[in-house]
Ligand binder design. Structure first.
Ligand code: HAM
Length: 425
């Protein structure tokens, strides 16, 4: 029988990589604190309607990419393809509107989409998701964009480009939509089959089609900015001014429409120049009508999600540091069986003192234990044999220099804990 493997497009994040993720979580958590965002743990599945109504029936995510199933009582549930709809649901369900506004929330976790797997695109991927719900102020759009850029800045990422656009609102978008359709109708036959299918249902998506002929056609398409209503136009101007004010660099991209239907006004993406085809490390925008779409009162909101898998790929590509990889500092080596109990005692004293330490449990000889200490990149080994035990000492060997000294058993934990604190271990 063939052994069972993980499903296609789904991967294990093994210890060699998971510590890098922990580093990014640490940086993100601190930034969340600095900007006043509080963490929420959201469910991994929701009622299907939340996403079909929230994200939009004609989006790729809802039409083709959701993992939807019936539970044992016949309810239709869906593994979350994103977190924004869930965050707004949680906001409404828990009456957060009665607290200070906007409610500034964030979460991290896996999202599931049935997409064609390739480098940087998985069927289960992780997002860092930030949402500010309950404010229509353009200053909040600026804050959210600034927060995402701060994550990348603190992680050291370079070669990024911020694209921004306004997708209007329900009062001006239909005007733009028909202007766009009017322009595209003339050249309908030259559009790719996918875009022909989008023409009636979701014509704005034709603007971000990657097919050459479609791009050539849309190069001359009307610009959404020429069709914005007064309110959307001034909102967009204020967002751009705010970004200028804080020194954020961006490029206005009339093709940027985003793939989720809930967006109104601001839409933005951060692209990495080091990722190839799947180059968006972050996407977000404003979604003032999402709460109503899922049955709540009108509640403006704005947020973004950054793709953790892609951040790690970019950081590796750019040779950036993930901090210090956690490793064992001390290995306790048992020189003979008579010293084993004392070695175990020492090991647990070290661990209680916060010194990452380990010892062999398989009865290896001293030489093999020393070799294992080298392989584990321990900085010191504590050697204990019956001679050391009877004399109340421990032989402490520095791995880097090979120097060895005897230390009183009573003082060894304190000494190694101090070494750790001073970060020499
Ligand atoms: P999104 O653009 O669909 O937006 O996803 C945001 C980010 O998640 C992308 O820029 C990318 O880095 C990552 N991502 C998306 N799909 C995959 C995949 N299959 N494999 C790896 N990474 C992926 C949203 O999800 C919105 N909820 C963002 C938002 C929050 N808008 C407002 N608030």
């Amino acid at each position: 029988m063939e052994s069972i493997k993980a499903p296609r497009g789904v991967r294990d994040i093994l210890p060699d990589e998971s510590w890098k993720w922990a580093f990014i979580f640490g940086v993100t958590r601190k930034i969340a604190e600095d900007f006043g965002y509080r963490e929420v743990h959201l469910p991994i599945f929701e009622q299907t309607e939340l996403f079909s109504r929230g994200i939009g029936e004609t989006t790729d995510v809802v039409e083709k990419e959701m993992y939807t199933f019936s539970d044992r009582s016949g309810r239709s549930l869906t593994l979350r393809p994103e977190a924004t709809a869930s965050m707004v649901r949680a906001y409404l369900e828990h009456g957060m509107a009665s607290g200070p506004q906007p409610s500034k929330l964030w979460c991290a976790g896996p999202m599931m989409r049935y997409e064609r797997p390739q480098k940087g695109r998985y069927r289960q991927f992780w997002q860092l998701d930030f949402e500010a719900i309950g404010s229509a102020s353009p200053l909040v759009d600026v804050e959210v964009i600034a927060l995402s850029l701060e994550i990348f800045r603190r992680l050291g990422l370079s070669n990024l480009e911020v694209l921004i656009n306004s997708v209007g609102c329900p009062s001006c978008r239909p005007v733009y939509r028909s202007a766009l359709q009017g322009y595209l109708r003339e050249r309908f036959d030259e559009l790719c089959p996918t875009c022909q299918g989008r023409f009636d249902r979701n014509p704005l998506r034709i603007l971000d089609c990657k097919v050459e002929t479609c791009r050539a056609i849309t190069d001359g398409a009307p610009d959404v900015r020429d069709h914005l209503c007064g309110e959307c136009r001034s909102h967009f101007d204020e967002v751009l001014q705010g970004l200028d004010l804080i020194g954020a660099k961006f490029r206005i991209d009339k093709r940027l429409v985003r793939g989720l239907d809930y967006y109104t006004k601001t839409a933005y993406e951060v692209l990495s120049g080091d990722l190839g085809a799947q180059n968006a490390v972050c996407g977000g925008g404003r979604y003032d009508n999402l709460a109503e779409a899922i049955g709540g009162p009108h509640t403006p909101g704005v947020g973004f999600a950054a793709g953790l898998d892609r951040i790690v790929l970019t950081m590796e590509q750019q040779g950036l540091s993930f901090g210090r990889e956690p490793s064992i500092s001390v290995i306790v080596v048992v020189a003979d069986e008579a010293a084993r109990d004392e070695a175990v005692r020492l090991l647990y004293e070290l661990r209680r003192a916060g010194v990452p330490s380990d010892m062999d449990t398989s009865g290896k000889g001293v030489k093999a234990q020393m070799k294992a200490a080298g392989a584990a990149k321990a900085c010191c080994v504590c050697i204990l044999g019956s001679s050391e035990v009877s004399r109340g000492v421990v032989a402490l060997k520095e791995m880097a220099t090979g120097s060895q000294e005897e230390i009183e058993r009573e003082r060894v934990v304190e000494r190694l804990a101090a070494k750790m604190k001073a970060a020499c271990c």
